[in-house]
Design a binder for this molecule. Sequence first.
Ligand code: TMP
Length: 204
Amino acid sequence: MTGRFITFEGIDGAGKSTHIEPTATALRTAGRTVVCTREPGGTELAERLRDMVLHAAMDGVSETLLVFAARRDHIGRVISPALARGEIVLCDRFTDATFAYQGYGRGQDLALLGRLEAEVQQGLQPDLTLWFDLDPQVAAERRAQARAADRFEAEDVAFFERVRHGYLARMSGAPERFVRIDASQGRDEVARRVAEALRERLDG
Ligand code: TMP
């Protein structure tokens, strides 16, 4: 059985993380071995880098280099070995987030991001990316009720409009990889769409 790499994406407040554990449970019930992980993070080093990226003041270039450093460690230690064992990897964010946040949100050079992506991933791409798409204004209202903001969550609606545009651009560049999920719907309907996307895209 071949491994499958599935990523969950969307702006902060879109609700993607809520759907990862239930998805893992459903896949395990169906007999698959599942690894749940996240970016930045997923290894000891990458979690330390995550803490810096989320909380330490730095410019966009440093931010970009740190998320790719975290990604390199994560791919080498967790993602690639799990895929080689035939497991399913569910990852809360991956490189689409770097294009959306650092590229479109912060205005970092997209060509540089592309070079880092090629170098760090060596051809690795998700088999399926679920993009939880939500209006940035609605997401801001959800976030305000939820938690203390980190460096990204503290950004204004205009920033998240740009990030959303980044996801849209990434989807246009790889439509076969993406499924857009309307995250404005209720949790049960969103869960139904996630299950449907997995059935349609992962069978075989
Ligand atoms: P999370 O809150 O969904 O765990 O994501 C952490 C934050 O990190 C989120 O605001 C998006 C940001 N991020 C980037 O800016 N670039 C990246 O490459 C990744 C993976 C996350």
